[in-house]
Write a protein that binds this ligand. Structure first.
Ligand SMILES: *[C@@H]1O[C@H](CO)[C@@H](O)[C@H](O)[C@H]1NC(C)=O
Ligand SMILES: *[C@@H]1O[C@H](CO)[C@@H](O)[C@H](O)[C@H]1NC(C)=O
Ligand SMILES: *[C@@H]1O[C@H](CO)[C@@H](O)[C@H](O)[C@H]1NC(C)=O
Ligand SMILES: *[C@@H]1O[C@H](CO)[C@@H](O)[C@H](O)[C@H]1NC(C)=O
Ligand SMILES: *[C@@H]1O[C@H](CO)[C@@H](O)[C@H](O)[C@H]1NC(C)=O
Length: 352
């Protein structure tokens, strides 16, 4: 082999750095199975002949040229080797390697739930896995994870340099939260190598996430409501959960008697009577039960009692103030008090 001979001749010498040839391109990438071509030109005016040595189709030594093409019909070698060499008039030979990356976009990219299996349950952590099948090169393979159109994670799989196609996977941990329900997760694989080639990113099918979670009240705080005579009041116990929650109400005894036809299995309870007391609502599904309390007070009655009380006090105050003005003596004591009477002048009713 000529290559063997060349290596033998130039063993130990930095041949690539000094060999006066120029290649076009200087760095190449080709899809496995595609045709490939390159040119090599000599920069020396002492050129006797040139050729391409290749693991596929090379170009034989040609005399009297300063430029020579390499043409490969189909690159079917994952580690294709191509090297341009020149023979100089003085008998010296040298060569330069053209680095070629052979690539293959993955056959498939897919997302799956790795562990634990089964439906996603609230609060648990699940491992999701992205499988990339049959891609090359497998070094510098990036995996992007998306959830609901948002990039959530990027992993660069910097494993062993492997020119032949291989399978790779990336895993992420996902916490099953309430807002995860109904979203989609997917991944995509990006091959990165030099020179940059515009490759389509291969994206997995979206994987829908269904999370089972206990009821959450739309308004979680216990409520205190005032009810006026003749008006209605709605107690809203609406909760979201997966599966949809069922409701049950625990109402005061008086309500049980008067409001017999109330729907006690719905999220909203409408009271049309003045029925104070504590109402308890329970929303439950297979994941749990949540309880909310409604304290219902009678607004109007409380107000009038308070007003009457305040009014009474104000009246009494005014009466006291007025009597004070009229019956206070100059020395600050009440005229009608026992002391005042004793300190005062003898009454005119006494004998003169
Ligand atoms: C090689 O050179 C020929 C002639 O100069 C040109 O037509 C061709 O495009 C070149 N090929 C490459 C890969 O540069
Ligand atoms: C890659 O994965 C595919 C599909 O799962 C399988 O058929 C193939 O044997 C795997 N290849 C290697 C090298 O493990
Ligand atoms: C959970 O997601 C599924 C699928 O999108 C949807 O049908 C369901 O209504 C959602 N449940 C809740 C409570 O959000
Ligand atoms: C992989 O990426 C690293 C860091 O960006 C880079 O130095 C290296 O040359 C890349 N390898 C290949 C084969 O592209
Ligand atoms: C609602 O009231 C119940 C009973 O008084 C209490 O145990 C619970 O902590 C309260 N919840 C909130 C959110 O205040």
């Amino acid at each position: 082999m000529l290559l063997f001979m060349l290596i033998g001749v130039f063993l130990g010498q930095p041949v690539s750095a000094t060999c006066p040839v120029e290649m076009s391109p200087t760095l190449a990438a080709v899809r496995y199975g595609d045709p490939f071509s390159a040119n090599c030109s000599s920069l020396s005016d002492q050129t006797e002949g040139m050729g391409w040595e290749s693991s596929l189709e090379g170009t034989p030594l040609t005399h009297g040229v300063t430029s020579i093409p390499l043409r490969i019909d189909a690159v079917t070698d994952w580690t294709v080797h191509a090297e341009c060499y020149i023979n100089l008039i003085n008998g010296d030979q040298c060569s330069k390697i053209l680095p070629i990356t052979v690539y293959k976009i993955p056959d498939s990219v897919s997302v799956s739930q790795e562990s634990p299996t089964g439906p996603l349950e609230f609060g648990q952590i699940y491992q999701m896995r992205c499988d990339i099948v049959n891609a090359a090169p497998t070094v510098n393979l990036s995996v992007n994870w998306y959830q609901g159109h948002k990039l959530i994670h990027t992993e660069r799989l910097n494993q062993m340099t492997d020119a032949t196609p291989g399978n790779r996977s990336s895993s992420i941990d996902l916490r099953a939260q309430k807002n995860v329900n109904g979203t989609q997760i997917w991944c995509e694989a990006e091959l990165e190598f030099q020179p940059r080639v515009n490759l389509p990113t291969i994206r997995s099918e979206p994987h829908e996430l269904i999370v089972l979670y206990p009821p959450f009240f739309t308004d979680p705080v216990n409520e205190t409501l005032e009810i006026r005579a003749g008006s209605k009041v709605k107690l809203n116990c609406t909760a979201t959960g997966n599966p949809s929650p069922g409701y049950s109400w625990d109402v005061p005894q008086s309500v049980r008697q008067t409001n017999k036809n109330q729907n006690k299995n719905g999220p909203i309870l409408t009271l049309s009577f003045e029925l104070p007391g504590t109402y308890k609502c329970m929303a439950s599904n297979t994941l749990g039960t949540r309880t909310k309390y409604f304290t219902v007070t009678q607004a109007k009655r409380n107000f009038t009692t308070f007003a009457a009380l305040v009014g009474g006090f104000v009246f009494l105050g005014v009466v006291l103030f007025v009597s004070g003005l009229f019956f206070m003596t100059p020395d600050g004591t009440f005229a009608f008090s026992k002391d005042g009477y004793l300190k005062g002048q003898p009454t005119s009713s006494g004998p003169v």
